[in-house]
Design a protein around this ligand. Structure first.
Ligand code: FAD
Length: 816
């Protein structure tokens, strides 16, 4: 192996599949002065003991694309490097053993179609023909993905390492990285047991060691180690065909692959065992944990029911390997918000071999260009926040995610563990009022309110059909449209931007013009250089040199990071996270003005307090920052209240609202209201892969001014040349349940998939949003000229298209 160099442009820490893939892709991008440092030998962490299944289908189009990239790479890697990889494209089977699972599988088949991945639905008999070793008495049906496969994890990693070296990277083994030298927030060098490597960028791919290592430079990586077991059998009587597809049997929590005439069988227990709670022992290389036959027994039992040959098969080994898992079951990629130029690729939840090729590619591009190659929000390190600092909380939630690996992935499913964690001051009141809470970034948020007098209980009962909260959300929806509702939105992320250059900095970062009078509110996107929407938020002008920024709960870390890192060098503007300082009570509905005027002396008439402005008004002795905006399409105010006043303000409003039909309402009503009104949701309808012109938000881009802003050049090009996709609204029969990811057909041709799906109670239609794509150009006329169908769980239903809000506030009886 190479000697340790004294300088490099990038240092990759860790020689598992992720580090090797990242070094490979960096070198291919021209970063030939990349050095990979491995403490012991390549693959000696989790990689050497992986089972090697490579599946592709995920709920996100882009992660499916990323896994598809892995498959493409693994197909050709052996020819490129001359090292065998054990890659076999023998396909993957997934079984469904009850009607709800079959519904899930059918929806997955439609998702696969949406994302361009080949997937076939099979009868139980057809599945058995492909996998003769199994019984299928309880099988309702199966899905088959012909391009899934399996690989030898160590061989693939060695081939990636050789490819990296061939492209110019240096790999150093038997060398531990001891720390990173950071001076005034700037990475200067990596310190190893053999000395110092001056470098600009560090990419930490240290597997389950990543959390502890990253902590030394103040970076939070929420992952913990969990034991994961699989058996390797002796050759089975009659043998196992070499081309046997991989098999996933989620209702029996198990997976299988062929291995030298026998089987590998592993599973996800409902009671996972955390490992190294007090820290990973040293040394720990090429090591396995003690086989835990007792713990594996229930999995074995389930497997023997599916594959009778296992009852008599010899077991060569029960592998017990530790692997890093995360609180939401997805891996962690990207530049750390806490430290510039420190990148992370870790927490692979037992699909690091499947993800390795694509994750290394994406991470290398991220290092190279400073942004992800496409929207990777679901795996972005900035999706985490304050709750994820506490390792015990991370472990609790991660064990829940592990246990749910193969359970039904229900629409709108909430986590149960580690709750309640962050609560609004109104929490006890809302609980008493029948709130059924959901959780986001640790915050308890009311999703809907059960009415005990109707026999409702505040508990979600999940299904792929209409759920138990459907009627309750409908009541809240109608109250918002016809009377008034109050929503606790305390969890909104809130920032203050201050300083003499606050205006100049924000006007550079925002696509809309925020140079407006004090008291103005501006709805704006923040774009990257490609015009992709990195943030979608509201900016209020508090003073000449002060702004108030409000964004979604889940985007607190991400949006703060984006704004802060894009303040131009030399500008005097500081950003503060003030989320915890205030509660937000949103009072929406045609009666909102009548209710508010009963509790404040401020003039809140339309002339004195127009839409798109904010004022400080008094309510119950509290200075309330009232923002006249709406995400539901009705008259209303967001009332931002210092937390210590929240209960007094809430009680006062509730009392005043009694005569005006005021009700408590939750986030599921907000969702249905916003779908009718056509408000876009970042993370689904809009994101880095979409520009304002593509998503119908071109009106919020300040191209008519001479003000320069980030992304302006791309926006000018699109304004001139047009776009290749446009976001449109679709409505279908109210009995059809839309969830998102359904396929869109225009005149019989597949043109995209739904980014959001839900129900509109006022219009009594199911609603979906999605991009209509065409490789040349898409215009409004092109969208509106088509005849549409949506494929829902493999069945096509007719759909109507619209580029306008489906609900117009003028439909409301009372004018706003
Ligand atoms: C039992 C089991 C079965 C699995 N089966 C599958 C499967 O079928 N399909 C699939 O896709 N995935 C599977 N996985 C998951 C897969 O093994 C992992 O996701 C993957 O190997 C993670 O790779 P990595 O590079 O992130 O981590 P690792 O392979 O652990 O690599 C991290 C490396 O960093 C090094 N390191 C740490 N700290 C330092 C330091 N300070 N200085 C230098 N080096 C350092 C370590 O020595 C280690 O080599 C399985 C996992 C287990 C446990």
């Amino acid at each position: 192996m190479a000697d340790q160099p004294t300088s490099a442009r990038a240092v990759v820490i860790g020689g598992g599949i992720i580090g090797c893939s990242t070094a490979y892709h960096l070198a291919k991008l021209g970063w030939t002065d990349t050095v990979l440092i491995e403490r012991h030998k390549l693959t000696s962490g989790s990689t050497f003991h992986a089972a090697g299944l490579v599946g592709q289908l995920r709920t996100s189009a882009n992660i499916t694309q990323l896994l598809g990239y892995s498959v493409e790479l693994y197909r050709t890697l052996e020819a490129e490097t001359g090292l065998s990889t054990g890659w076999k494209m023998n396909g993957g089977l997934r079984l469904a053993c009850n009607d709800e699972r079959w519904n899930e599988v059918k929806r997955q088949a439609t998702t696969a179609k949406s994302f361009g991945l080949e997937m076939h639905l099979l009868s139980a008999k057809e599945a058995q023909d492909l996998w003769p070793l199994m019984t299928v008495d309880d099988v309702v049906g199966a899905a088959f993905l012909p391009t899934d496969g399996q690989a030898n994890p160590s061989d693939i990693t060695m081939a990636l390492a050789r490819g990296a070296r061939m492209a110019g990277a240096t790999i150093v083994e038997d060398t531990e990285v001891l720390g990173v030298d950071v001076v005034d927030g700037v990475i200067k060098a990596v310190i190893t047991e053999h000395g110092r490597i001056e470098c600009e960028r560090v990419i930490c791919c240290a597997g389950q060691w990543t959390r502890a290592f990253a902590t030394t430079v103040g970076v939070n990586v929420p992952l913990v180690s969990v034991e994961h077991q699989y058996i390797i059998t002796a050759q089975l009587d009659g043998g196992v065909p070499r081309d046997l597809p991989t098999l996933r049997d989620p209702d029996r929590l198990t997976y299988y692959k062929e291995e030298v005439g026998g089987l590998v069988m592993g599973g996800y227990e409902p009671n996972p065992v955390p490992w190294a709670v007090g820290g990973i022992p040293k040394p720990f290389t090429f090591q396995l944990l003690e086989s835990d036959f007792d713990h594996f027994a229930p999995i074995m039992e389930l497997a023997m029911g599916r594959v009778p040959a296992l009852q008599t098969a010899g077991v060569n080994e029960l592998i017990n390997g530790p692997e890093s898992f995360t609180p939401d079951g997805n891996f962690i990629l990207g530049e750390a918000p806490e430290l510039k130029n420190f990148f992370v690729g870790a927490g692979f939840n037992a699909f690091g071999i499947a993800a390795g090729g694509g994750a290394g590619m994406a991470l290398a591009e991220w290092v190279h260009k400073g942004v992800a190659p496409y929207d990777l929000w679901v795996v972005d390190i900035r999706r985490f926040g304050r709750s994820h600092q506490d390792t015990d909380w991370v472990r609790t939630r991660t064990l829940e995610a592990y246990a749910k690996h193969y359970t039904m992935a229900w629409p709108s499913e909430e986590h149960a563990s580690g709750r309640p964690s962050r609560t609004s001051p109104l929490y006890p009141r809302l609980l008493a009022a029948g709130a059924c809470f959901g959780e986001k970034l640790g915050w308890e948020r009311p999703n809907w309110f059960a009415d005990a007098s109707l026999g409702e209980e505040p508990r979600d009962a999940y299904t792929y059909g209409r759920q138990n909260w459907f009627a309750a959300v409908g009541r809240e929806h109608r109250a918002t449209r016809e009377a008034a509702a109050i929503f606790d939105q305390t969890s909104f992320a809130k920032f203050a931007m201050k300083g003499p250059d606050a205006l100049a900095a924000l006007n550079w970062i925002c696509a809309n013009n925020v140079d407006k009078p004090v008291g103005s509110l501006t709805y704006t996107q923040m774009l990257d250089d490609r015009g992709g929407i990195q943030c979608d938020l509201t900016v209020g002008r508090v003073g000449i040199d002060e702004y108030y920024v409000v964004t979604g709960t889940g985007f607190a870390t991400h949006d703060f990071d984006w704004i802060e890192r894009n303040i131009p060098a030399g500008m005097n503007a500081q950003l503060f996270d003030i989320t915890s300082a205030s509660s937000v009570l949103s009072l929406f509905g045609p009666n909102a003005r009548a209710i508010l005027s009963a509790v404040t002396r401020a003039d809140i008439s339309n002339d004195a307090f127009p839409f798109g402005t904010m004022q400080t008004i008094g309510i119950a002795g509290c200075p309330v920052r009232a923002l006249r905006i709406t995400y539901v399409g009705e008259l209303g105010w967001e009332l931002h209240v210092p937390v210590e006043y929240a209960t007094a303000v809430y009680d006062t409003i509730l009392t005043a609202g009694a005569d005006h039909g005021l009700v408590n309402a939750g986030y599921r009503a907000i969702e249905s209201l916003r779908l009718e009104k056509g408000y876009r949701a970042w993370g689904s309808d809009i994101g880095p892969d979409h520009t304002p012109f593509e998503s119908g938000l071109g009106w919020a881009v300040k191209l008519k001014t001479a003000i320069d802003f980030k992304g302006r050049a791309s926006m000018e090009t699109q304004a001139r040349d047009g776009v290749r996709k446009l976001l449109a609204a679709f409505t279908v029969d109210p009995d059809v349940v839309l969830l998102g990811r359904e396929t869109i057909y225009r005149d019989g041709e597949r043109v995209g998939w739904l980014t959001s799906g839900g129900f509109g109670y006022t219009i009594d239609r199911s609603i979906g949003y999605g991009y209509v794509r065409h490789p040349d150009r898409v215009t409004a006329a092109y969208v509106l000229d088509g005849t549409y169908e949506l494929e829902v769980a493999t069945e096509r239903v007719p759909a109507e298209v619209s580029l306008k809000p489906l609900y117009d506030p003028t439909m409301s009886k009372i004018k706003i």
